[in-house]
Ligand binder design. Sequence first.
Ligand code: PRP
Ligand code: MN
Ligand code: MG
Length: 181
Amino acid sequence: SNDVRSDLKHVLYTREEIQQRVTELAQEIDADYQGRDILLVGVLKGAVMVMADLARALHSHVTMDWMAVSSYGSGTQSSGVVRILKDLETDLLGKHVLIVEDIIDSGLTLSWLKANLLSRGPASVEICTLLRKPHAAKVEIDVRYVGFEIPSEFVVGYGLDFAEKYRNLDFIGTLAPHIYE
Ligand code: PRP
Ligand code: MN
Ligand code: MG
């Protein structure tokens, strides 16, 4: 079958469960920022789906900007040294910045990114991630908004890829072993 769904082992979160959780996060964020303007910074490419849904669920005034980053080093293990492939177009001075991510795995990307954005003189920098894996606990990083804590399994969909595929699924699932073995 050429149906992408036949590549999946099981569904972790349905579209409805994701929408429900993203709406809850948006309500929490609106309450915390109390009418202050928010600059949402999405991390390409994984964060596109959560950015689109979170932004539409928020009632605060928001602007959106994007960064693309890449970890140096070979292999599948993130090195923690990050290179900027596409920088923000927005001056962060005095802004309330909310970084939007799809997943925190090792936490190395975000710990570097948060420090980098903090050095640009914003009023505040917080993080919102839809998913967080247990590994992230190893890195000292304060994540204000977490959608779901998930086990250390390889997940795809709703922005998350395997070899650039499966980002377009409207749910989050685990891959069948025959796909990556
Ligand atoms: C993935 C994911 C996070 C990052 C998390 O991005 O979207 O940005 O890895 O990993 P870490 O916590 O171990 O640093 P990836 O580099 O695969 O790029 P992509 O978003 O374009 O898929
Ligand atoms: Mn990413
Ligand atoms: Mg990826």
